[in-house]
Design a protein around this ligand. Sequence first.
Ligand code: GLU
Length: 469
Amino acid sequence: MTVRVRFAPSPTGMFHVGGARSALQNWIYAKQQGGVFVLRIEDTDAARNKPEWTEGILSALDWIGISRGSYEGPYFQSENAGEHRAAAARLYESGRAYYCDCTREDVQARTGSQYQGYDGYHRDRGLGPGPGHALRFRTPDEGATVVVDLIRGEPTFENKLIEDFVIARGDGSPVFLLANVVDDMTMGITHVIRAEEHLPNTPKQQLLWDALGVKPPVWAHVPVVVNEKRQKLSKRRDKVALEAYREEGYLAGAMRNYLMLLGWAPSGDREIVPWSVIEDEFRLDEVNPSPAFFDEKKLRAFNGEYIRALPVAEFVDACQPWLTGTGTIAPPPWQPEEFDADAFAAVAPLAQTRIAVLSEIVSNVDFLFLASPLIDEAAWTKTMKDGSAELLDDAVAAFEALESWDAESLKSTLEAVGAERGLKLGKTQAPVRVAVTGRTVGLPLFESLEVLGRERTLTRMRAARLRLV
Ligand code: GLU
């Protein structure tokens, strides 16, 4: 039997990191089993679907290594609507489903005001199809439904506690629960690997498989992803869109490595490992069923390590979207013609060891390309104290006299200016840094001044000096 897994996102919003995690787990499982990964876009919720969300899913998957053309699909659930209806009709004809026209109020009037479920009133009343008649599945009165789950063992659900649930609405349209089963059936899916939040639906879905006469798949419900307060990650509260991380400058390699650690870890004391190791070592049945904490701080640290591990030339390439403002990434504060690729290449190795996400490159190098630096006023006020004006005067004079404009000479020269005042280098360089870059933190100062050049450095120091009059 060929293993066939599917990833079945609904295109109703930005693609969620939890979805990306499930997609990767499906992807690796298929690969390990010599199986097939199917992508199905569950687009039957017409009110909430948008084609751009579908495009976002495809490009996000592509980004994390599930590239277009290397899987089966995408299929679209809406294209299978005929099969969904046919399955509903078969269930009705075989007596496994029946029509019902009860409103919630009808049920509550019969059973007590708070009752949310259904009391089976129409089970044997022989109501036929018609407008406003919903089709309900007749759940067994006895026995239990055992869900064979690679991660959770065998969760068992008493059938008598499962109400006769709706499979097609009053307008005849099949509900998602049924459509999802019929699609998995039509597509020959053998393993359903999906988020834990679908577990409550699973006994109902398994009953539908049984009723339609097909052996149900093996299930694997992967843990819910939570924030630091142990709340399920939500798009209203948390940063969940894969695209947002991408725009911030997370590397795909770091992201997918981190996502695979949600509920699982490679052997040894390692967390940062090559993708090939994850593909070898990942075991779906070793995934921890408990909620998995999505730790953004840890992901950031991870990303920093991935950035530092890049060859410099690749780092330079990876920064390009932020240096130019590509696609949805905001343009940098400088004009394209102000950018100097050689100057950037000169400071890139310094920046590479300092940033955790690629978008941070912009604030680290903007002083090199802007005609005058963007002054952070709070940094200015904090740094420019009594004596800063004189210090800048002396530093300008000393720098003007330099024969060689290189980092080492700049450093020893400024050190000497500070020493005359009994100041350590840190204190001496702070006003110079703010004058030249506009900030109190950034790349190593003297290398920065070397790349910026004599003329521009001195102009900025003089301008800052004037502001201090
Ligand atoms: N379309 C569902 C979702 O995005 C997935 C259902 C499933 O995987 O079975 O949550």
